[in-house]
Structure formats: C-alpha cells, structure tokens
Design a protein around this ligand. Structure first.
Ligand SMILES: Nc1nc2c(ncn2[C@@H]2O[C@H](COP(=O)(O)OP(=O)(O)OP(=O)(O)O)[C@@H](O)[C@H]2O)c(=O)[nH]1
Ligand SMILES: [Mg+2]
Length: 363
C-alpha cells in the first residue's frame, strides 16, 4: 500500500514537470491527460540493513503521485470537470500545490504576472469552493431526511447539520478546513466527505534555474510569512529536477554538488510530505526480504501488521522488534538475539520510527 499524493496547481505552473521529477517519469508536459506514477521512498537505512541482514530482496516503500492534468482554477464552476477531478483527488492523503515562481517569457503566466502568495490563495479558494458545493448538497439532503426522521437519527442529523454550518461559515471567511479547529469527533464525522481543503498540503514553489542561489533564502522567507497548520512550503527547481531525475544517481549527484543543491527534489518532497502527514518508517523482515513501510506515527503493532497483510493482522501473535540503531551495533540478527536486543511486543505496542520487526502470526 502506497501513500497517495495529488499534484494540483494553476495551469502551466509546472505540475507535470514536478510529477516527472518525482517519478523519474517522462510524461509529456504538453498533454493534459492525467498522469499516475510511483516513486520509491528514499530510505538510506535500507541499504545499511541489507549489509547486516543480507536478504535476497530489499523493497522500499512507495508513494503514488497523481498529476491531475488540469488547472483546478474554475473547476467548481464546471460540474463535469469538477466531478472528474474530485474523483481523482478525493482519495489522496495529501496535496502538492505547484506554484510558479520561474520566469520565462515564452510561457505567459495564466494570471498575467508572478505572485506566489496570490496563487496560493487562488488554489485555496478553489478547494474551498469545491468543499462548499459538497456541503450545500449534503445540507439539502439533511433537510429532506429531517422531515421523516425519528430519534435518535434526528439528533444525529441535527448534529451534523450544525457542524456543516459551522464549517461552511469558516470556509466563507476563507479559512480552509485544514486550518479550522475541529475536535477529533468532528473530524471523524466529516471524514467520509474527503473535503479537499481538509487535506494536508505541500506547497512546492517552482523556481527557475537562475533563482537557485536564492532558493534557501526564498524558502525561509516564504515560510516565515506563510506558516499555517497542516501546510509545508519548499522551493524546488522543477525543470532541473526533472532533467536530473533522468540521469543515473551518481551522475545526478555530481551535478547537484556542482550546483550547490544539498538534497534531491524527490528526497526533499518526500521528507516534507512525511512530516506533513506524520508518517514514520518501519522495516519488516520475512522470508529473505527486507521491506520498508510508511505508517502514521502512533500506529500499534497490530495495525502495522495489517498494513503488510490482513492475514497478519487477523492471526497476529507477537512482534519481535529491534530498533535500527541497536541492530546496527551488531553484525547479524543472530548476534543481536544473543545480546538480548530483540524484544517481544504485543498488539498494543506503538511502533517507533526505524523499528525492524518480524511478525509472528498464524492463519
Ligand atoms: N524556464 C522554466 N520553465 C519551466 C520550469 N518548470 C516548468 N517549466 C516549463 O513550463 C511549461 C509548463 O510546465 P508543465 O510541467 O507542463 O506545467 P503544468 O502545470 O503541468 O501545465 P498544464 O498541465 O498545462 O496546466 C513547460 O514548458 C515547462 O518546460 C522551470 O523551472 N523553468
Ligand atoms: Mg501538465
């Protein structure tokens, strides 16, 4: 199971370019059809684990990127487009909003001028429009249902109506749902609607190659002005990252050092998305295979097993756990066992970042 991330933004902001950079893809930037691609989640600890455990196979976790192939601007106005886009976007776990900062006279900016903050606000407004349309439809249905409803259904409908009214009022004040203060109960009540403005969002400011020397300052400056809950902002040179993604790793690394880029666009994007989503990695070892998995921080061993296979969750007996750091102090798993570094944990054990786990289960 992968982490799904949707790429949105204004027209010609560099969505497909960034999609190609992230997935090492070669999608045609001229085409307006949606692109879906996978990328391996960079995890340097996997290689170190392979050196100690000598598995036959090492399998990284994966992220799936969906480039919707259209501007989300105006989508709320066109029901056909909005229906299609919504279908693609509603199930993703996070959004990447690609905002143009590069200058290129051959590619006119759709809004006539460069303005990062205006474009961020434009997209937020579109997401809010889309959510408002869903809320209005639901409110109508609630009104109809209320006519014949008896307790306790009536009570729960009224409760939902009140919550939707509150969310609507805040959306109309241009506060996206991700910034609204909702109780865990309220979050659960609206989870099924998969509101777009509720999703964590990573703003990728797409800079030109000429802006590379200022990339860090620009990122720090925008971040200080634009700090929001469930939101991160990074700068990235999409065009360059796309070109580097087509090279083999060592060549790309060489160019990066020359250009003074400390970390690849893919690494930075994934790291920021993981922070945004509160994801951590654990590693499973089974039948000569070491696999990396991404889970929400705070997940227990039972649910972590279920991420691998539903049988493992159903037949869960115990988890044999060692932290990555402890394992690195040994030359093999056998040595770690001899030293007593492996722990047996039950269903409710909270999996920690870097845990190396063998699940014991029966089916
Ligand atoms: N100079 C420069 N051009 C870029 C950069 N990033 C993207 N472009 C160019 O901008 C144009 C639009 O990029 P795309 O990646 O197709 O943008 P998009 O958001 O997918 O566009 P649509 O899908 O048509 O809305 C392409 O010609 C890219 O080559 C950049 O960092 N610098
Ligand atoms: Mg495109």
């Amino acid at each position: 199971m992968s982490v799904d991330i949707g790429i949105i933004g204004l027209a010609k902001s560099g969505k497909t370019t960034i999609f190609n950079a992230l997935t090492k893809g070669k999608a045609n930037t001229e085409s307006l059809t949606p692109n879906i691609g996978m990328s391996k989640v960079p995890e340097p600890r996997l290689k170190m684990l392979a050196d100690v455990l000598h598995p036959k196979r090492v399998v990284p976790a994966e992220a799936r990127y969906i480039d919707i192939g259209a501007s989300v601007k105006g989508m709320a106005k066109d029901e056909a487009i909005s229906g299609q886009l919504l279908n693609r976007l509603s199930s993703v776990e996070a959004l990447i909003n690609v905002v143009r900062a590069f200058t290129d006279d051959r590619i006119p900016h759709v809004e006539g001028s460069l303005d990062v903050e205006r474009d961020i606000a434009t997209i937020d407004l579109e997401l809010a429009f889309s959510d408002l349309a869903i809320i209005d439809r639901r409110r109508e249905r609630i009104n109809i249902s209320l006519k014949g409803a008896k307790q306790p259904e009536r009570q729960s409908l009224l409760h939902e109506q009140e919550l939707l009214n509150k969310i609507k009022a805040d959306l109309e004040k241009e506060v996206p749902i991700r910034e609204q203060r909702l109780t865990p109960d309220e979050v659960r009540t609206i989870a099924n609607y998969q509101f777009l403005s509720a999703k964590p969002i990573l703003i990728v400011v797409n800079i030109g190659e000429d802006q590379l020397p200022q990339a860090e300052t620009l990122e720090a400056e925008l971040n200080s002005r634009y700090w929001r809950p469930k939101c991160r902002l990074i700068t990235l040179c999409g065009k360059l990252e796309m070109e580097l993604a087509q090279l083999d790793n060592s060549d790309a690394e060489g160019f990066r050092i020359e250009l003074g880029i400390k970390e690849s666009g893919l690494d930075r994007t994934i790291r920021a998305s993981y922070e945004l989503l509160g994801l951590i990695s654990f590693f499973s070892i089974a039948s000569d295979e070491v696999k990396a998995w991404s889970i929400q921080s705070g997940t227990n061993a039972l649910k972590a097993a279920g991420k691998i296979h539903s049988d493992m969750e159903r037949g869960f007996i115990r988890a044999e756990v060692i932290s990555y750091n402890d394992l690195m102090k040994c030359s093999s798993l056998a040595e770690a066992r001899k030293k007593g570094l492996l722990r047996l944990e039950g269903k409710s054990y909270i999996v920690q970042d870097g845990d190396v786990i063998t699940f014991l289960f029966n089916i």
